[in-house]
Ligand binder design. Sequence first.
Ligand code: HSE
Length: 298
Amino acid sequence: KSIRIFTPATVANLSCGFDVLGCCLDTVGDEMLISLTSEPGIRITKIEGADLPMETDKNVAGVAVQALLLDYKKDLGVTIEIYKKIKAGSGIGSSAASSAGAVWAVNHLLGNPYTPQELVKFAMEGEKLASGNAHADNVAPALLGGFTLVRSYNPLDVIKLHSPKDLVMTVIHPQIEVKTSDSRSVIKHNVSLQQAIHQWGNVGGLVAGLFTEDYNLIGRSLEDVIIEPLRSILIPEFKNVKNAAIEKGALGCGISGSGPSIFALSKGLKIATDVAEAIRVVYAKTGLEFDIHISQIN
Ligand code: HSE
């Protein structure tokens, strides 16, 4: 039994929700071919589009499936082929796409013994291997779709949020690699009460805005007073991109995950396309290579 899947890119943090908020893109992602075999063990048999380890316990998809099979308690055989389109270190959930895709496909081939929520903890093992930290804000939206909130890590409690139909994501991906582990090392581990109040007000506002489809409230809440000021120095042209996006009418603009990708959320395709054009102009001057994606959130 085999299944060929599309496994999506994701935007984590969404400005105010470091490690807890994320959303799923419907036009950017990898492909994988996952098969159940009679020979027990997990094997990565093919990787195209990236130079990644073929050893099961060094590959994020391999360790995520290992975690699932350990819990499932049956000696099964799985082969994994990975066709990467999302670059590693891009900030749009490259490792999450592999981990989440692999466990989703194996679960499907087994007749869905686990709910998507239950799969999150297996996929998180891949994130732990990739960045040293088992964050769930990319794997959760990759598995559940739309917008998700990690309400708690211990115990794990993942909530699917509502996706207003007119929200459109523009993502620019400069072709430089920023490792999540490096980008996490610039963050301060203590925040002031004042910063915390500001930030959790925005998280609440964003969640409320998504459920009530209040685009203005979504825009006001897409603000990060804790992480963005520290991380944005790693991202070429961040301020200029953000200014250009907001000027064109984006609701908000921030770092996608741990960067270097930058996201802008807009109401409607027309504004999202204008935003894409404006940030293309900003980036064209840098001489850096970059991709721009426009995507619905699904
Ligand atoms: N929340 C994680 C971080 C996402 O910002 O480090 C990594 O993609």
